[in-house]
Ligand binder design. Structure first.
Ligand code: DLL
Length: 435
């Protein structure tokens, strides 16, 4: 089933004509309403009238995370305050969050995109959709929610965690779809096994999983453990949230809702566009968003684009699975973590030095997250009472900052290696790439 055949199955010419029309409008709107971007365009010597073909997009300056930080909190909003009806946020590079604002029109676009995604995963108004993405500033919960309501399904806003309750609702409400991060999906699968529930006793048909990278191997595990078909959903707060793209039954890339999000792949070093099939940094231009439109936003996500025919019938361009990120943001159990945030917490404790190492790994398909940090000179790890008290305060502060827990190991001063150039603070040994 296809939610919007006209757009999802449009021929190339029709799609490109629509994209050009929307691009021209977006550039004009942005130029008129967003002073920092107008300045960028002026500096680059480009005016809205210069966009005559889709390829002319290359004349436009990029928007980066640094632009968001410099214009925090709302400097890149294009709509009037009175027209913003919602904000979401995700963690930013400087410790300040990236704030996204939505008008009513933007929420409609979001609903439409997630409706297409859920339909792609076989759901309709007869479905019961259990949402275990977090509700709040994170776009996962409310993003899946608006799509589930748009298709008219029965929506269960569980939010994340409380596995026993998730399983109870799944059973009792006969949920047909489950939405959460792939790593949490595995936890729930384990929970089912522990309770001795056979997935065939459930009514689950589809899982709509995303917000963090995962492999095909993991998909197979989840599909078996929960007895459903798993789909990969991609998105980011700056662009709209989940629903920018979704995989179909072919599991060969995610169809991008390209009438709303125009993708490009660039070489992150030279910033030159790369041809289809080549891995580079994904860049999006929003087509039609009003609150927080983005022109050539550098996502830092690495993938490639595919335009060959897809057997599902959709004609939209597909993006391959996300292969990694160009920046240092770690995604641990679906949560964005910056080493700088950890450093910030450590620096608040005079009992600690600023020498630390972050270890991220993968055990039984779940992320592990460990931190080694040195005690200040003169303090000893053998002083058990002191160390336990410190541990609980550090644990608490880290959880407050990051939203997730991390296993902390204290070392005596001067035990971690010192760097002579750029410090290497992170060891990420997760093997997330299938190829
Ligand atoms: O994670 C939005 C989302 C929520 C997507 C629920 C899917 C499901 P942010 O918190 O802003 O937004 O994080 C965005 O997460 O740039 C990617 O690096 C990563 N990411 C999101 N979806 C996927 C995916 C949400 N399917 C960042 N595969 C993005 C791999 C993903 N990485």
């Amino acid at each position: 089933m296809i939610w919007n055949k006209e757009m999802e199955c449009a021929d190339r010419e029709t799609m490109r004509a629509l994209q050009l029309e929307k691009l021209q409008k977006t550039v004009k709107y942005e130029y008129e309403n967003v002073a920092p971007y107008r300045k960028k365009m002026d500096d680059a010597g480009v005016k809205p009238e210069d966009i005559k073909t889709l390829e002319d997009i290359r004349k436009l300056p990029f928007t980066t995370k640094e632009d968001l930080a410099a214009n925090y909190p709302k400097g890149l909003f294009a709509a009037k305050d009175e027209d913003i009806v919602r904000v979401h946020a995700s963690s930013g590079t400087t410790g300040k969050p990236k704030i996204a604002g939505y008008t009513r029109g933007d929420l409609e676009i979001w609903g439409e995109c997630v409706a297409r995604a859920l339909t792609c995963a076989g759901q309709d108004k007869n479905s019961v959709i259990q949402i275990a993405y977090g509700y709040g500033l994170f776009t996962g919960g409310l993003g899946a929610h608006i799509g589930a309501e748009t298709i008219g399904a029965t929506t269960i806003p569980m939010s994340s965690g409380n596995t026993k309750k998730q399983i109870m609702f799944m059973k009792d409400m006969k949920s047909t779809a489950f939405c959460c991060t792939p790593s949490y999906a595995l936890t729930v699968a384990e929970g089912l096994a522990k309770e001795g529930v056979d997935p065939s006793e459930l009514s689950l048909q589809a899982g709509i999983f995303g917000a963090e990278p995962w492999t095909e191997g993991m998909r197979e595990n989840i599909e078996k453990g929960l007895g459903l078909k798993a789909y990969d959903i991609y998105g980011l707060t700056e662009i709209i949230g989940p629903g920018v793209s979704i995989s179909c039954d072919e599991h060969n890339g995610m169809h991008i809702q390209e009438d709303y999000f125009y993708p490009e792949i660039i070489d992150p070093e030279t910033l030159e566009p790369l041809p289809d099939g080549e891995i580079g940094e994904l860049v999006f231009t929003t087509l039609g968003k009003e609150g927080f439109p983005m022109i050539r936003y550098r996502t830092r996500d690495l993938c490639y684009l595919m335009r060959d025919k897809c057997a599902c019938g959709r004609t939209t361009v597909r993006m391959g699975k996300i292969l990694g990120r160009t920046d240092d943001m770690l995604i641990i159990r679906g949560v964005n973590v910056f080493p700088s945030q950890i450093e910030e917490v450590i620096s608040r404790f005079e009992e600690l030095t600023i020498n630390y190492m972050i270890y991220v790994g993968r055990e039984n398909n779940k992320d592990t997250f460990d931190l080694e940090v040195e005690l200040a000179p003169g303090l000893e790890i053998d002083d058990i009472g002191f160390v336990e008290n410190l541990r609980s305060r550090v644990d608490h502060a880290l959880r407050d900052m990051l939203g997730i827990g991390c296993k902390v190991k204290f070392l005596n001063a001067d035990t971690l290696p010192r760097s002579e150039g750029k410090a290497v603070r992170v060891k990420d040994t997760r093997k997330l790439h299938d190829k």
